[in-house]
Design a protein around this ligand. Structure first.
Ligand SMILES: Nc1ncnc2c1ncn2[C@@H]1O[C@H](COP(=O)(O)OP(=O)(O)O)[C@@H](O)[C@H]1O
Ligand SMILES: [Mg+2]
Length: 245
């Protein structure tokens, strides 16, 4: 399949035993866009991120990145082609400093670096996410947003073409949220394409060029944030979700 799109998800399904977690979903992501993947809890968003990154195999359908089939390729292969991700749960590597934590990513990254070069690369990306001068503080002493900055730095150190952020903004206080939104926007402005799973409507409205809305595994709406969020099935799907503000 030949398209101008960076990522093309074509009729993708994922079953876990009897559960249809993703059900015939298709959407595309253009270069340098921020695309929001939204929907109620359990709608299949994280599963979709796992299918794109190769953490999970698709049951059927195809995923293309830069016109090459990536679905059911090893996660490492997809990563080396330029797809990096953060995880929904912040998982600071126990006992490491931010520098060590990012260094662990450097040695496995697309351009593997060693020694002094690896340290410089890790310091550069930590400065980029706002951790400059604090590279050697114990992770345990960091605020929540700073732990999230380190998680982001770990993903960014490979200089990905496509960055997958799974609820990276979740749990931030209002001040931190503003900083987090600005940081994501600046990464887009540097030329990175971003797919983000997010519940916070303000973040979606201010960051996303387009939105893909999932409910019970199916794509129920897509378009600009305003179009997607006004769709009757989206309003219905979100009714009763306390965090859909
Ligand atoms: N590894 C798994 N094994 C079995 N069921 C799973 C697995 N991962 C997710 N699910 C189920 O798939 C559905 C979609 O989950 P998920 O993709 O995490 O949703 P979301 O991220 O939108 O909240 C849920 O019903 C969830 O329980
Ligand atoms: Mg999820």
């Amino acid at each position: 399949m030949k398209t101008s799109r960076l990522l093309e998800v074509v009729n993708v399904s994922k079953r876990f035993g009897g559960l249809q977690a993703v059900d015939g979903v298709s959407f595309g992501v253009d270069p340098n866009q921020v695309v929001g993947l939204i929907g109620p809890n359990g709608s299949g968003k994280t599963t979709m991120m796992n299918l794109i990154s190769g953490a999970l195999r698709v049951s059927s359908g195809d995923i293309f990145f830069q016109d090459r089939l990536i679905s059911n390729r090893p996660a490492r292969t997809i990563f080396l082609r330029g797809v990096a991700r953060t995880f929904q749960l912040v998982r600071p590597l126990g006992g490491l400093t931010p520098l060590e934590s990012v260094m662990a990513g450097v040695v496995f990254s697309r351009r593997a670096l060693w020694g002094r070069e690896a340290v410089k690369a890790a310091e550069r990306v930590l400065a980029r996410v706002g951790m400059g001068g604090r590279e050697t503080q114990p992770m345990a002493a960091l605020t929540y947003i700073d732990q999230k900055r380190v998680e982001l730095a770990r993903a960014m150190v490979s200089q990905p073409t496509l960055l997958l952020l799974d609820e990276w903004l979740a749990g931030l206080n209002p001040t931190e949220l503003g900083e987090g939104i600005e940081l994501v926007r600046s990464i887009q402005q540097d030329g990175t394409t971003i797919v983000l799973v997010e519940h916070l409507m303000d973040a979606i409205r201010s960051l996303c060029d387009t939105c893909v809305v999932m409910s019970a595994g199916q794509l129920i709406a897509q378009g600009t944030p305003d179009e997607a969020l006004q769709h009757p099935s989206v309003i219905a799907a979100y009714l009763g979700e306390a965090d859909a503000t």
